[in-house]
Ligand binder design. Structure first.
Ligand code: CA
Length: 226
């Protein structure tokens, strides 16, 4: 189910877009103002936004700026009656993914919607693929939180996974226990507890006794690949 938010203050154009997109199989939502668009996108981010620049309250560019400032990476296709090159450049630099000037044919908008959704999916897949850590016999998949030893899946708790991920992210680097407490548990001071060593012992049991090395007087490190 792919959800598209249409931000357009003119009823006629909005209903034309909603009808067309619904007919093409998308689930649609409509915001008639910039404020409404930000509220809707904030509560439940859509998969794509079609954003009119000429809104009655906030300028579409301001809506876009606030969305990006919130860290929203949703693809945005701008619709506008403005045709100057400056506006196009401003929209793209402001974080828009694509740009269409009115009047436009629905078929052309639909083609761009499909292209942007495909690109966004490919980006997500690349992110997920990049988040696979593999050192020696151990492999961690960040997106699915799964761990494997020589291809065999091993169940790790969330903390165990986070500790393995931290150490494996920089094989050979020595982390002090204080650093690990901060990075994995979020403690900013050493509690004098042996929680790190307890978790290291769990990981040694699950992932192999010699993956994590103790560097006496300094801390712990993931054994670098041979
Ligand atoms: Ca408008």
């Amino acid at each position: 189910m792919t959800r598209i938010l249409v931000v357009e203050d003119e009823d006629r154009i909005a209903s034309f877009l909603l009808k067309g997109l619904t007919g093409a199989g998308y689930v649609t939502a409509w915001a008639a103002s910039g404020a409404e668009a930000l509220a809707l996108a904030g509560i439940d981010p859509p998969d794509l936004i079609v954003l009119d620049l000429g809104l009655a309250d906030l300028d579409g560019m301001e809506v876009l700026r606030r969305l990006r400032a919130q860290g929203q990476t949703v693809p945005v296709i701008i619709l506008t009656a403005r045709t100057s090159v400056t506006d196009t450049v401003a929209a793209l630099e402001g974080g828009a993914d694509d740009y269409m000037t009115k009047p436009f044919r629905f078929a052309e908008l639909l083609a761009r919607v499909k292209l942007r959704l495909r690109t966004a999916n490919a980006d997500r897949a690349a992110d997920a693929a990049g988040a696979v850590l593999s050192v020696g016999p151990v492999r961690l998949e960040a997106a699915t939180r799964r761990a494997f030893v020589e291809g065999r899946e091993v169940a790790l708790s969330a903390r165990e996974f986070a500790l393995a991920q931290t150490l494996m992210g920089r094989p050979g680097q020595v982390f002090s226990r204080g650093q690990l407490l901060s990075l994995v548990w979020g403690y900013d001071h050493d509690l004098g507890s042996n929680v790190v060593d307890v978790y290291v012992s769990y990981l040694r049991k699950k992932l192999g006794a010699d993956q994590i090395e103790t560097v006496r007087g300094f801390g712990l490190r993931w054994r670098p690949p041979a």
